[in-house]
Design a protein around this ligand. Structure first.
Ligand code: NA7
Length: 556
């Protein structure tokens, strides 16, 4: 416990007062609570879900698992935890990650400070007291010095506005909002709309159960085999022994927060045979690191084409019907410019007699009938519908909260032309409001847990810095924010990423401004920037002492 007093000095009488309110109890909110409580702060976490886990609480669809290997998609802040927890598979299934999250909540006694099934509706900054008033879905208002948004990047499931959807007479499911009870598709004709990561994971599993499965594809995606397998105790031990170096590398040297062998050359530096062998080796190994075969795959179109061509050939080899294979081959975006998918038997599933692929780019969905999806050319009869249509990513869950900063301006008003932050951590005009893995930080381009831990540690240190100096507000300066937003875009446009209509760009939400949201500069580079900013007295942030304290100092 810290010897410093709690910060809740100027709160309005009556309302319950906290030092920090954290919104969300996923990986980010839980670790934030743990660190802040360690500083002796009074913290309250609100979580809209019925339990902890965030994205892993909601995304329970068949086949859901993480696309980062479990030995790396786990907290590193406690060595006992990482030495003791036994991951059973190379890629943990959702249920195991949820068990892990619950274990962490109990192990670190986090639950007493987490209020479940409560949504934060509104947070308003009072300039007279430098505090936030936070109103929750149970009608209560509390005050707090700081608000930390740990609301997740992929937490606002998006139901597309398709004519007739409310009149469909079977069950409609969204992958990002899956029921807690088991869903049984036995004997049913099922339709899946969407072919992103969630569909690619769930389609092979649903196909095994359903009488017939129709997959409605608007954009074909690149997917690499996961090669999931049980972890042996030797494999677990190898990680455990080397964790200090693995974690250091992921934090400080990697671009994406994953410990992996880094490429030493570009794709065109190798001859055709050597290049093919390299791709073959990565394909056989499986997983996201396929894109690390060469160091220029996301920078150079010709290099990228060689990798994309290799995957297209693989699709043609796996899928027996040439028409279906052709439809599954992505042609409209560079490989990796949308998050690459990781699958188990996705392409092979289309060889099953009970699976049909419908290309809704050429044969668009007109409407949903009570018992069918009507595309221009025909009615596809179904008994149940799965929407694997993704999220209002990165900004969606923040936008749902009415956040009012200085002069009553809302964050939605400020972000109308796209999210603006300094370092993805704060937005000018919103003092003492932190965002964990916000737009403008590596976030979704990384192993989220590495990025979460870095942000939580940084925020904890910033708050400690302020407390030690009696500072009351911290805010991004307009200049620093403008420079950062420009930098994020400049770095993005030096790559092939903006060539895809992806949710990185907000392209999946009609009307959402097109701005490249995550920071591509790499996890290691980004971390160094944040550390330097802090070491230089939080350069680019304005910190101020309480006005009252300043006045006292002047008069004495
Ligand atoms: P994604 O990756 O956003 O995929 C959503 C899919 O749904 C994608 O294929 C979309 O096609 C499709 N979609 C969205 N709206 C529609 C409508 N109106 N009609 C037809 N098809 C539609 O979400 P996921 O949940 O799969 O994965 C999100 C992330 O979670 C993933 O990257 C991992 O990091 C984990 P589109 O491509 O827009 O043409």
């Amino acid at each position: 416990m810290s010897a410093l007093p709690s910060m809740s000095g100027h709160h309005a009488a009556g309302a319950e007062a906290y030092d920090v309110v954290v919104v969300g109890a996923g990986f980010a909110g839980m670790y934030m609570l743990h660190r802040l409580r360690g500083q002796g702060l009074k913290v309250r976490v609100y979580e809209q879900g019925g339990d902890v886990g965030g994205t892993w609480y909601w995304n329970r669809y068949p086949g859901a698992r993480c696309d980062v290997e479990s030995m790396q998609y786990s907290y590193s802040f406690s060595d006992e935890l990482q030495q003791e927890w036994n991951w059973s598979e190379r890629y943990a299934p959702q249920s195991e990650i949820l068990r892990y999250v619950n274990h962490v909540a109990d192990r670190f006694n986090l639950r007493p400070d987490i209020q479940l099934s409560i949504r934060v509706d509104r947070a308003v900054f009072a300039e007279s007291t430098n505090t936030w008033s936070v109103t929750t879905s149970d009608g209560k208002t509390v005050t707090t010095n700081f608000v930390v948004l740990a609301t997740g990047c992929l937490s606002n499931a998006r139901v597309p506005d398709i004519k007739g959807l409310p009149d469909f007479k079977g069950q409609v499911y969204h992958t990002g909002h899956w029921p807690h009870e088991p869903v049984d598709f036995t004997g049913l004709r099922v339709g899946v709309i969407g072919t992103g990561s969630s569909a690619i994971q769930s389609v092979p599993v649903i196909a095994e159960q359903a009488r017939h499965l129709t997959v409605f594809q608007r954009t074909a995606n690149f997917s690499i085999p996961a090669r999931n397998a049980e972890l042996t105790s030797e494999e677990r031990e190898a990680f455990r022994k080397n964790y200090p170096e693995i974690r250091r590398f992921a934090r400080e040297e990697s671009r994406n927060g994953i410990y992996a062998e880094l490429p030493d050359r570009g794709a065109l530096d190798d001859g055709d045979n050597a290049r093919r062998a390299k791709y073959e080796q990565r394909w056989t190994k499986g997983g996201l690191t396929f894109m690390l075969a060469y160091n220029n795959l996301i920078l150079d179109k010709a290099a990228n084409d060689s990798a994309a061509g290799f995957v297209r050939e693989k699709i043609a080899e796996i899928v027996r019907d040439p028409e279906t294979a052709k439809r599954l081959q992505p042609e409209d975006h560079p490989i990796g410019s949308k998050r690459i998918c990781v699958d188990t038997e996705y392409y092979a599933t289309f060889n099953r007699p009970n699976v049909t692929l419908v290309d809704i780019k050429s044969d668009s969905v007109e409407e949903i009938l009570p018992n069918a999806v009507r595309t221009r050319s025909k009615d596809h009869e179904i008994d149940a519908l799965v929407l694997a249509t993704g999220f209002d990513a990165m900004t969606g869950s923040v936008a749902r909260i009415e956040l009012r900063g200085r002069e009553g301006r809302t964050l939605n008003q400020k972000w109308v032309e796209g999210p603006k932050t300094y370092l993805g951590l704060m937005s000018e005009g919103f003092p003492n409001l932190f965002i964990i893995t916000g737009p403008g930080s590596p976030s979704v381009l990384s192993n989220m847990i590495v990025s979460i831990e870095q942000h939580v540690d940084w925020i904890t240190e910033a708050i400690a810095f302020m407390r030690e100096r009696g500072l009351e507000t911290m805010e991004a300066s307009r200049e620093a924010e403008d420079r950062w937003v420009a930098h994020v875009n400049e770095v993005a446009h030096a790559t092939l990423y903006p060539q895809a209509n992806s949710w990185y760009m907000g392209a999946n939400i009609p009307g959402k401004p097109r701005i490249f949201m995550p920071y591509i500069g790499g996890v290691g580079v980004y971390r160094r920037t944040c550390t330097e900013v802090a070491a230089n007295g939080y350069e680019g942030f304005v910190m101020s002492a309480a006005e009252r304290a300043q006045k006292m100092a002047v008069s004495s």
